[in-house]
Write a protein that binds this ligand. Sequence first.
Ligand SMILES: NC(=O)C1=CN([C@@H]2O[C@H](COP(=O)(O)OP(=O)(O)OC[C@H]3O[C@@H](n4cnc5c(N)ncnc54)[C@H](O)[C@@H]3O)[C@@H](O)[C@H]2O)[C@H](O)CC1
Ligand SMILES: [K+]
Length: 481
Amino acid sequence: MISSDRMAVVDANAAALGVPRKQLMESSGNAVARAVREHVDADAGDRVVVVAGRGNNGGDAFVAARFLDEYDVTTVLLGGPDDIGTDIARENWDALQAGEYDTRTVGDSTGFSLPECDVVVDAMLGTGVTGALREPEATAARTINDADATVVAVDVPSGVNADTGEAEGVAVSPDHVVTFHDQKPGLVDVDAAVTVADIGIPDAAETFVERGDLQAISRPTDAHKGDFGRVLVVGGGPYTGAPALSGQAAMRAGADLAFVATPARVADVVQGYEEGLIVRELAGDLVLERHVDQLLDEALDADCVVLGPGLGASEGTLDAVRAFLESYDGRAVVDADALRVVPDVDTDAELLCTPHQGEFARMGGEPADDWRERAEHVESLAADLDVTLLVKGAHDVVSDGDTTRVNRTGNPGMTVGGTGDVLAGVCGALFATHDAVTAGAVGAYVNGAAGDAVVDDQGYGLLASDLLDEVPRAMWGSEDA
Ligand SMILES: NC(=O)C1=CN([C@@H]2O[C@H](COP(=O)(O)OP(=O)(O)OC[C@H]3O[C@@H](n4cnc5c(N)ncnc54)[C@H](O)[C@@H]3O)[C@@H](O)[C@H]2O)[C@H](O)CC1
Ligand SMILES: [K+]
């Protein structure tokens, strides 16, 4: 089962992996033609009419018409050729013209009449529908429903929302739906046969985090301050750079505000790295149990807490982490030494844990050199602990025990100290406004892509702080990609 947002991501990932949408359209059209053949008796003189809209749903049907050469097929385009909205649909329309297929165009609803036929291919609208069907689609849908013909719908019945199954006005009632790649939630209750057609999207487009995944974080142009969340980093004591890097990374990754709760001994140093950080002092040299009430209070204003950067592993600090998690029920990225308490803590918080492979093993994970094997072990530990894991490596593995994604950006220059703190901060910003798997997957992709950009630019010898400048470009620099 796949949502239309996720389908769009997978589609863009397929293109990034060398399988462009026009190729998928060819497979879609072929699959539609196969389904249509099940319903046509050519010997009996059966006729097929394709009713196509101006988007890619129509484009699929232009392809289908080519694959149905041997039958009597008429293609009706709702609109003029200049109204076709995408290049690939237009190219397939042009191919029908060049091949002198039987095609017609319809200007408005009064011009629509369904040619005599036995099978109708409904390709007016697919996942691109918004709101109730307008004209001439609404009239066409009523005419199709009234006709005494078998109706094969392309992807989804026109007018039906693929995610909800709802129709805001009239919608086509098909006999058969040919949907692509995976079942859609909105088709489960449709009273028709549903065929799921494999259109050649590589598994890698689902498994690997690729450019298409950035669609999940694209920002609406009417966004407001406050839409992108507040992050609270709890870190520092023995170290100062780690919490500062995480806080700055959260800001670079688009958090509206980044707070850093850190021991008084290092608070000024942490503040000195970046004036935009809001530093909250905790009395003393280390984070300890006596700070937990103050931390829980600070966390009330945060959409996500990043727990761990530079905290150290002293017993008192780990007791504080444990006590914090026992009372906290929000979202937290857990990194570095704070990971030690995760396997046996009793918490209502939703955790995104970011161990490297040594920390993963210490948490109870089974090590494996082969990333496929490791992905299975990550999935099973995530399920056991009821957390989301992002296990860092040449292939980063993200899993909540159910959905598992693998990231391949990054390079050997990133083994230097501090890159994990940047990753934790980026994940904190993303987890403030997205689910844990999306935050971990996109966070790993962005952090690695930032590191790749730095190394492309200046070669090895990368500093963790170099990543900070590149994070925004890695996230939004290629929005049209
Ligand atoms: N990987 C894939 O998912 C693939 C999907 N394919 C097919 O592409 C369609 C989705 O195509 P898209 O161009 O995004 O949208 P539509 O064709 O569904 O519609 C866009 C078109 O419709 C107009 N419109 C929107 N709402 C209405 C309305 N209420 N009334 C009238 N007109 C409306 C809008 O203005 C646009 O012009 C998917 O379903 C698959 O069939 C690919 O071919 C293969 C890969
Ligand atoms: K359709």
